[in-house]
Design a protein. Structure first.
Lengths: 113, 110
């Protein structure tokens, strides 16, 4: 069974540019989560989808971040315009049920110059 | 105050040693806890979870929760070089939003 995949693995952009990160959850997993780890800090929750609906987006830093999950399959996280403090590793996770084990992807390392 | 606090280490031990990794938490609403292991440039992978106070054993790994003191531990017996990784403790709120510790970097020296 394929695990959670994320694309790209690395992204280097300049301040002010736009970046879109993609996450493909494990097939059949309705629950999809985005997390972020800023260097030296803990992994922090960003938001939670159940199918195509945003269940909890309390962790989104500001309105420069937009997450979508059209069709309830893969999800995208767009940062527009990117700022220096957005640099970090963005992880996606999925779970079969709301309280189920979350399986993490390898992460996308974003560097904003 | 952070929801989960974890000593970042780094921790370096000889092969075969017993390793103790610890976290404290502040949110009494956490109903269960997880330990994730993360190898370099990889995503966290679930190692163990435990629902209540007490011990849970899985091979060389034992997870322990003391809810009275809000303390969680992971013990690794007969540590191996392949155990070298960052270990993350985490607890979910009622919405299954995970709160992670910063992670403890462990190196097991052959």
């Amino acid at each position: 069974e394929a695990g959670v995949t994320q694309f790209p693995s690395h992204s280097v952009i300049e301040k002010g540019q736009t970046v879109t990160l993609r996450c493909d959850p494990i097939s059949g997993h309705d629950n999809l989560y985005w997390y972020r780890r800023v260097m030296g800090k803990e992994i922090k929750f960003l938001l939670h989808f159940v199918k195509e609906s945003k269940q909890d987006e309390s962790g989104m830093p500001n309105n420069r971040f937009l997450a979508e999950r059209t069709g309830g399959t893969y999800s995208t996280l767009k940062v527009q315009p990117a700022e220096l403090e957005d640099s970090g590793v963005y992880f996606c996770a999925s779970s079969l049920s709301r309280q189920g084990t979350q399986y993490f992807g390898p992460g996308t390392r974003l560097t904003v110059l | 105050q952070k929801e989960v606090e974890q000593d970042p280490g780094p921790l370096s031990v000889p092969e075969g040693a017993i390793v103790s990794l610890n976290c404290t938490y502040s949110n009494s609403a956490f109903q269960y806890f997880m330990w994730y292991r993360q190898y370099s440039r990889k995503g966290p992978e679930l190692l163990m979870y435990t629902y209540s106070s007490g011990n849970k054993e899985d091979g060389r790994f034992t997870a322990q929760v003391d809810k009275s003191s809000k303390y969680i531990s992971l013990f690794i017996r007969d540590s191996q070089p392949s155990d070298s990784a960052t270990y993350l403790c985490a607890g979910p709120n009622t919405g299954n939003q995970f709160y992670f510790g910063t992670g403890t970097s462990l190196t097991v020296i052959p």
